[in-house]
Design a protein around this ligand. Sequence first.
Ligand code: 5GP
Ligand code: ZN
Length: 116
Amino acid sequence: MSHDPDCIFCKIVAGKIPSRKVYEDDELLGFHDIAPWAPVHFLLIPKQHIASLYDTTPEQHAGLLGKMLSLAPKLALEQGVVNGFRTFVNTGEDGRQEVPHLHLHVIGGPRPWAKG
Ligand code: 5GP
Ligand code: ZN
């Protein structure tokens, strides 16, 4: 499994940077965002270093990406979301991706939210 020693999310996967986990299995990790936009805001990431959606293909990553998205409702419910949530993936500079390790944002809870 590929890791980037300089990547902040790879360091979270390795336990070198602490996080508040919401989910973990062999290939995925879910943890609360450090700067939440809403009462619930967590990120789901692959444990392997994939820099962005640009680095995925249907042939190689459909299963992984499908699992990430389809886990979101179950995990959102577990975090107390009952009235809907947003899911998004920022990609590249114009997509305002700040951390170059693929991540799915899951954001919910009662409004108003700080952003989004
Ligand atoms: P992006 O803009 O790349 O889609 O989102 C990156 C997200 O990662 C931001 O919402 C930011 O708050 C979050 N983040 C950045 N560094 C850390 C960290 O060290 N720990 C956690 N839990 N979240 C982080
Ligand atoms: Zn990484």
